[in-house]
Design a protein around this ligand. Structure first.
Ligand code: ZN
Ligand code: ZN
Length: 250
């Protein structure tokens, strides 16, 4: 049987406020790791704490990408996308991102005024879950980023499993592909986001495709996650997006 495609579709370069490696450095490392596809997904966040949209160097990043893509032609497929924070709350800016024809957009909940001031952990977690649900209902994006990232942020995280599973089920009808984000394993030694049981539920609901992503912010975080890939439920197929279209072969 053919080997499943090895992709890392959630990678932050030095065009992210919290990333420090260049596209060229990542590409070289990805070739060493024998990855088939890498997508650069720098942060676009618009909230009370940060606005990375207003002065984002879209043209400069595009030019650098095209140069690096040419340099590594034939060695690895490089793609360019964004990780958009709360796309459903910023439809105009998200439409602008789409107008740039990125290969894909990850939709993630990072921050929102509606979360400000909630000090109770459980209340915050449920409010976070609701924001993710609304994003999946209304947002324009291809891949659902770290559905339960609070697993990584809260040491005492308690998941509302039914609600998170409901959000994953909704991904199936909306044609959104959930990522399995491994940054929680790296940062805290806890399960990936979402965990294997949740992925199995999504597949049982008819979900066909998943992606496994490092969410790398430094070069050493790029990974090929053989165990996570192997532990995916039968019926889950790895994929990537090119020009907004889902593909399963590089
Ligand atoms: Zn994120
Ligand atoms: Zn990220």
């Amino acid at each position: 049987m053919k080997e499943p495609i090895k992709c890392d579709l959630h990678v932050h370069t030095n065009y992210s406020f919290d990333g420090n490696a260049t596209m060229e450095q990542y590409a070289r490392r990805a070739v060493e790791l024998k990855l088939d596809v890498v997508c650069f997904t720098d942060h676009i966040d618009i909230n009370d704490h940060r606005d990375t949209f207003r002065d984002f160097p879209f043209d400069e990043r595009q030019r650098e990408f095209e140069r690096v893509q040419k340099q590594f032609d034939g060695q690895i497929k490089l793609l360019l996308g964004f990780e958009m924070g709360e796309p459903h709350l910023h439809p105009r800016e998200t439409a602008f991102l789409r107008s740039l024809h990125p290969d894909m957009i990850i939709g993630s909940v990072h921050d929102s005024p509606s979360l400000d001031g909630i000090s109770d952990r459980r209340a915050y977690e449920r409010a976070y879950d609701r924001l993710v649900r609304q994003m999946v209902e209304d947002g324009d994006f291809d891949v659902l980023g770290h559905v339960d990232v609070l697993r990584k942020w809260h040491d005492d995280y308690e998941e509302d499993t039914d609600y998170v599973y409901g959000t994953l089920k909704l991904c199936v009808s909306r044609g959104i592909v959930p990522e399995v984000n491994t940054s929680s394993m790296r940062a805290k030694g806890v399960l990936p986001m979402p965990d294997p049981k949740a992925v199995a539920y999504y597949v049982a609901c008819g979900g066909k495709y998943v992606v496994v992503n490092s969410d790398a912010h430094t070069l050493s975080q790029l990974d090929e996650f053989p165990q996570v890939r192997q532990s995916l439920p039968k019926g889950a197929r790895l994929c990537f997006f090119e020009g907004g279209k889902l593909r399963t072969e590089a």
